[in-house]
Unconditional design. Structure first.
Length: 702
């Protein structure tokens, strides 16, 4: 199972599928209930790109999240590039990345254990593809207009890349160091709670084979001239298999895509994703879905590229009635990511400038390039919008059309150096049975086992302390581990998460995480915190697929006959059902039976739903009774967890989200289809000058 509604479309697929769509007489209009939920060539430089040392004042410009390890990751990356370049020059050779060798170990770099991607016909160095390659454009900066998608379904990443490149210097900060003659490049990406440096060579996948691989007839097309073939067919961005730049000789787009593929293990792991998550990887910012339509324009969209970035998409809708393979919304594709470049208000109208990472296929509605709206005085506003007509993927929409079309808008907030981020990670036993849906009291399916994280000021607690000396704005986010690298390991489990924040002693939540799409990697809350103690109650919903009972099996479960076996006794396609469907039924049954005066729940107590109010009241009582004393897991609960095989060692507090591992624990089933645990991280961003400490643990273990 995978994340829902991931953007995955490639231009090749769209062209193939839209050929039949273009013959349709169906009017391409669709209304949505919008839920805003975030060329001159230059010679190759022979020396490594210096990384300017920045003064503290320069870091106050919103950009990459400057947690403690950003500078360390940058310095490590820069030093590694310089060392490699020096070594290669001493040995008179170009750099070859043995960890991610597209030439010698192509399959390992391209494919995952299950997923496959388009196989290139060749691999060449950037210096062989371009006569005079240069990393950025002649001005030395990255531009969103440079980005063109290739044969990989990573529009979600390229859309984020275009958005990030629209903010000055952000891409330049990600591309830490390089030596273009040696062919070594260093990048930094954000993962979970830390920055990671990635080093690559300049080998790129190409569409055209070597001359010797051509048939005789194909060689005849080039007059049997190898040099002519290499010059005509194997030169320039057109020869690249995956992402490329629209500017001749520019290499930063395919190289950063390659680095991102290495970051996640293979190119196949970039197939399908969410723009907001890619922007987090690129900037370390916090992505969320916007909900307030009334203030969205003035307080959010107009601030695009100041301290926040935006991407958008809409869900692909059914084509059953239209009978076409691909339905477009006036030129736009569903399940495809678009970049929000800027928002401009002029002459009493609100405009949004967007870009398709394909570098083509634009909006055809109002204010499309060359449409009737562009007449007279309106043509004069094009410079103010920063827009020119042309099939380059960039287009203009009026704000109302933008909201009607895109029902998912991802925002990523950027932080300057005044912000501090701390995190703590914990491994939580997952529900192994169908338990009540959406409750805060049974995170691990055991009674009284939710997660607790405490923010503490002037309060001594033996387990969890956070120092917040004064009122501060805070971003609190709950994250699952970034699983894109190992997502191809088969699983029948997904997790949906959320949390509420309660001030100690209060019975009403102060705030709760903003709802986004189910199964998102991260949920967030943005609020003002006074000095004090706060509880963060986490909800984890384990979506587990279980085999559908057959008629015979159903009789053992109360005559539930779900009919998934045909006359020959073979399984039909509908082999699995969501365990929560059974959980709700059983939960209601146990709840009804509990009304009896002499009812004994026994093991069925795990199906009794617990309200958030009950959880809060229980903790208020506990804190009053045990304040200042460490909490221990009840013996009965510990025994029951061991009996059910749900025991999980709670990791000791680690800095920046790292986790301790038990060297004696070797029981790891790679191909287990049902997750037994989920790893969660609670992150707190504040403007506090005092170092902040945070710890999250299973409540029963306090």
């Amino acid at each position: 199972m995978g994340s829902q509604h991931e953007a995955k479309l490639t231009p090749e697929r769209a062209v193939d599928e839209s050929e039949s769509s273009s013959r349709s007489t169906v009017k391409e209009k669709r209304q949505f209930d919008t839920e805003i939920t975030s060329i001159d060539e230059e010679e190759v430089k022979s020396e490594a790109l210096p990384v300017d040392s920045k003064k503290d004042s320069e870091y106050r410009v919103p950009g990459l999240l400057h947690v403690g390890d950003l500078e360390g990751a940058v310095e490590k990356c820069r030093a590694q590039v310089e060392r490699i370049a020096k070594d290669c020059r001493a040995k008179n050779r170009r750099f070859r990345d043995t960890e991610f060798d597209l030439d010698a170990d192509t399959n390992l770099c391209l494919h995952g254990p299950v997923e496959k991607v388009a196989v290139p016909t060749g691999v060449q160095r950037a210096t062989d593809i371009f006569d005079t390659p240069h990393f950025f454009n002649p001005e030395g900066v990255a531009s969103s207009n440079d980005i063109m998608q290739g044969a990989l379904g990573d529009c979600w990443f390229l859309s984020a890349l275009a958005t990030v490149s629209s903010m000055p210097r952000l891409i330049e900060e990600i591309c830490v160091a390089r030596d273009e003659l040696v062919g070594v490049y260093g990048f930094v990406f954000h993962k979970d709670s830390g920055w990671v440096s990635v080093i690559i060579d300049d080998m790129l996948c190409t569409n055209m084979p070597q001359y010797e691989q051509l048939s005789e007839s194909e060689q005849g097309l080039y007059h049997e001239d190898r040099a002519r073939y290499n010059t005509v067919a194997r030169k320039g961005g057109k020869a690249l298999t995956f992402a490329k730049s629209g500017s001749h000789g520019e290499t930063w787009v395919p190289l950063i895509e390659k680095a991102y593929a290495k970051f996640y293990g293979s190119f196949s792991h970039l197939e399908g994703g969410v723009t907001g998550e890619a922007m987090e990887d690129l900037t370390g910012g916090v992505a969320t879905d916007i909900l307030d339509l009334d203030t969205f324009w003035t307080e959010e969209l107009l601030k695009a590229h100041e301290d926040r970035l935006f991407g958008c998409h809409f869900k692909k809708f059914s084509n059953t009635r239209a009978g076409e393979e691909v339905l477009k919304v006036q030129g736009l594709f569903g399940d495809h990511a678009y970049s929000v470049l800027r928002a401009v208000e002029c002459k009493g109208k609100r405009f949004v400038v967007l870009r398709n990472p394909w570098g083509q296929s634009e909006w055809t509605g109002r204010w499309a390039d060359g449409s009737k709206e562009w007449s007279g005085e309106w043509l004069k506003i094009l410079p103010e919008l920063g827009h020119e007509f042309g099939d380059d993927g960039q287009f203009v929409m009026e704000y109302t059309d933008f909201l009607q079309c895109f029902n998912q808008i991802d925002r990523t907030s950027l932080f300057d150096s005044d912000w501090r981020m701390v995190s703590s990670w914990v491994t939580v036993p997952a529900n192994q049975v169908a338990t009540p849906y959406y409750t805060y009291g049974n995170v691990s399916c055991m009674p009284h086992s939710s997660i607790i994280a405490v923010l503490v000021t002037n309060f001594v607690h033996s387990e969890v302390i956070i120092s917040v000396p004064a009122k501060t704005k805070a971003f609190i986010s709950l994250s699952q581990l970034n699983q894109r690298f190992f997502r191809t390991i088969p699983t029948m489990s997904l997790f949906s998460i959320g949390f509420v924040i309660v001030k100690a002693g209060d019975t009403v939540p102060l705030d709760e995480s903003v709802y986004s799409k189910p199964f998102n990697r991260r949920v967030n809350a943005e609020l003002e915190l006074d000095a004090g103690t706060y509880f963060v109650y986490v909800r984890v919903d384990h979506v587990q697929m279980i085999p559908t009972p057959s008629s015979d099996e159903g009789s053992k479960l109360g005559n539930i006959a779900l009919g998934n076996v045909d006359k020959m006794g073979k399984k039909k396609e509908e082999e699995y059902i969501d365990a929560r469907l059974l959980g709700k039924v059983v939960s209601e049954k146990v709840l009804g039976q509990s009304l009896s005066m002499n009812y004994v729940a026994g093991g069925a107590s795990i199906f009794l739903p617990e309200t958030l109010d009950q959880v809060i009241q229980r903790d208020i009582a506990f804190m009053s009774k045990h304040e200042g004393r460490p909490r221990r897991a009840p013996k009965r609960q510990t025994f029951l967890r061991r009996l059910l095989g749900l025991g999980c060692p709670t990791p000791a507090p680690q800095v920046q989200g790292t986790m301790a591992t038990d060297p004696n624990d070797v029981s790891f089933g790679l191909w287990d289809t049902t997750a037994t645990h989920v790893t969660l991280g609670l992150k707190v961003h504040t403007r506090s000058e005092t170092p902040v400490l945070i710890q999250a643990r299973i409540k029963g273990e306090f």
